[in-house]
Design a protein around this ligand. Sequence first.
Ligand SMILES: [Zn+2]
Length: 163
Amino acid sequence: MKVVINGIHANLRFSSAHMIPGHQFCGGIHGHSYHVDVQVDGERCGEFGFVVDFKKVKDLMRDLCAELDHKVLIPLESDDIRFNNLEGSVDFSIRAKGYSLPLEDCCLLPIKSTSAEELAEYFAGKLYKSLKEDENTSEIKIDSVQVCVNEGIGQGAYFEIKD
Ligand SMILES: [Zn+2]
C-alpha cells in the first residue's frame, strides 16, 4: 500500500536561490518557492496497520526542507563550478563570473546540479535511508519512496528509489 503526502497542503516547502551554470535563462542567480510531494510504498504493519506514520515522514522532510530554506543552493559536485574557498565565505567561479557569498547564506549540497531532478534524487535518498534505518527499531517495512520536487506550481521532477 502507498501513502501520499502533498507538499503544498502538508507544508513541505522551501524557498531558495540557485543557478544552473551555462543555461540561457537559468544561468543567473534566481529563486523558486519549492514544494515536495512524497509517496511511501510498503507493507501495513504494527498496532495501527500503518505503512508509515505520516508525522514521521513529514518531520523528516521538514528537516530536510529547513536545511535548504532561504539559502543559496550550491552544488559541490558540479563540473561547471570552480571553488576557491569554502570557509567563512563561499568563493567560486562559473566561467568568467566570480561569486563570493557568506557561508551562512549558502546550503552546500553533495550533488552535481541544483536542478529539480537532482534535488528530487537527493531528497529521495535521504528519506529512503532514514526510513530503512527505522525498520530496525520500529514496525515498518518500506518497499520504495517517491519524491517530487516542484519548482513552483505545475512543474516538478520525480524520483523513485526501490529495494
Ligand atoms: Zn531555477
